[in-house]
Design a protein around this ligand. Structure first.
Ligand code: KMH
Ligand code: ZN
Length: 272
C-alpha cells in the first residue's frame, strides 16, 4: 500500500465558537492550527476562511494572508475550498483558486445539505474545473453521493479533468450518502483504477470512515470541518489531536505516514 496521506480540514464553513471554543477563525489562528496539524503528521490542509465576525468568507485576501503564514512555517500542501458555504455565488467561491495553490476542492454535483442545498450545477463545476486548469491547481473531487462520480467522469470525457483523478468521499452529510462501509466500497468500484482517493466521515463517523480508508489503502481526512469531538461528548482540543490519533492508528495498522514530499508524488502535484 502507498504511504498514508492525512488531510486536516481545519475550519470548514459551518462550525461556530458556540459549538467549540477550539475552532480557529482568523488567518493567524488558522495558520497556528495548520502548524500543529503538520507537526502531528498532516501533509495537506483543506482551507476555509472566516471574516472578522467569524462568518465563512471566500475573500482572496484572507486566503492569501493565511496561506502566507502557513507557507512561512510549514511545507504543507495547500488545498483551498471552492465549496465555501451554501448560498455563496460561483464568483465568490472560486476566488482562492486564482492564488494558484497546489490543490482545490471541487464538488462535482449538487446535494441536499441538512436543511439546505449545496448547489453545484454542471456548468458551474465545468467553470471551476477550467479555472483549476488555468492556474495548474489539482482538484480534489468532493463526492457526497454517487452521481457526483458520474459527473466527474463526464468532465474527463470533455477534457476538463485530467487523469489521474483524486477523489474525496465525504460520507455522512445529512442528505448525502450515509457513512457505511458498503457505500464506500460501492463508490470505490465506480472510480478509474488510476485514481487516488481519500475518505471523510461526518461527526461520529469520522474515525470509523478514516479507519476503513487506512485499511483499504486509501487516504484520510480529519479535522473540525467534519467533526469537533475526540470521543463521544468530549471536544477535541484542536485539530492536531485528531491528526495524532490517526497517526497512531496507522502505525498500529502498519501503514506508514506520507511526508509532504511523498504526498506530492502520490498525488502527482505539479511543481510550484
Ligand atoms: N461548506 C460546504 C457547503 C468544500 O470545501 O469544497 C461545502 C464544502 C465543500 O465545505
Ligand atoms: Zn470544505
Amino acid at each position: 500500500m502507498e504511504k498514508l496521506i492525512i488531510t486536516a480540514a481545519l475550519v470548514g464553513a459551518e462550525v461556530t465558537r458556540d459549538q467549540t471554543p477550539f475552532i480557529p477563525l482568523t488567518p493567524r489562528e488558522i495558520a497556528d492550527e495548520a502548524k500543529k496539524a503538520y507537526d502531528a503528521g498532516a501533509s495537506i490542509v483543506h482551507l476555509h476562511m472566516r471574516d472578522q465576525f467569524g462568518n465563512p468568507s471566500q475573500d482572496k485576501t484572507l486566503f492569501a494572508e493565511g496561506i502566507s503564514y502557513i507557507q512561512s512555517e510549514t511545507d504543507l500542501i495547500i488545498q483551498v475550498s471552492t465549496g465555501g458555504a451554501v448560498g455563496m455565488t460561483a464568483e465568490e467561491r472560486v476566488q482562492p483558486v486564482t492564488l494558484g495553490p497546489e490543490m482545490a476542492s471541487l464538488s462535482t454535483g449538487s446535494v441536499n445539505f441538512g436543511e439546505d442545498v449545496f448547489f453545484n450545477p454542471l456548468p458551474m463545476v465545468r467553470e471551476f474545473a477550467q479555472v483549476c486548469r488555468t492556474y495548474r491547481v489539482k482538484p480534489e473531487l468532493e463526492v457526497f453521493e454517487s452521481g457526483m462520480v458520474q459527473n466527474a467522469l463526464t468532465l474527463v470525457q470533455q477534457g476538463l479533468l485530467l487523469d489521474p483523478l483524486h477523489f474525496n468521499f465525504v460520507l455522512g452529510v445529512p442528505g448525502g450518502m450515509p457513512a457505511t462501509a458498503k457505500n464506500l466500497l460501492f463508490l470505490l468500484d465506480l472510480i478509474p483504477l488510476t485514481s487516488t482517493w481519500t475518505v471523510s466521515g461526518i461527526g461520529k463517523h469520522q474515525l470509523s470512515m478514516n479507519t476503513l480508508g487506512i485499511l483499504l489503502g486509501g487516504h484520510v481526512r480529519t479535522g473540525f470541518e467534519d467533526n469537533i469531538y475526540y470521543r463521544k461528548g468530549v471536544l477535541s482540543k484542536g485539530n492536531a489531536p485528531l491528526v495524532d490519533r490517526l497517526v497512531k492508528l496507522a502505525e498500529n495498522l502498519d501503514r506508514p505516514i506520507a511526508s509532504t514530499a511523498e504526498a506530492r508524488e502520490i498525488l502527482r502535484l505539479l511543481p510550484r
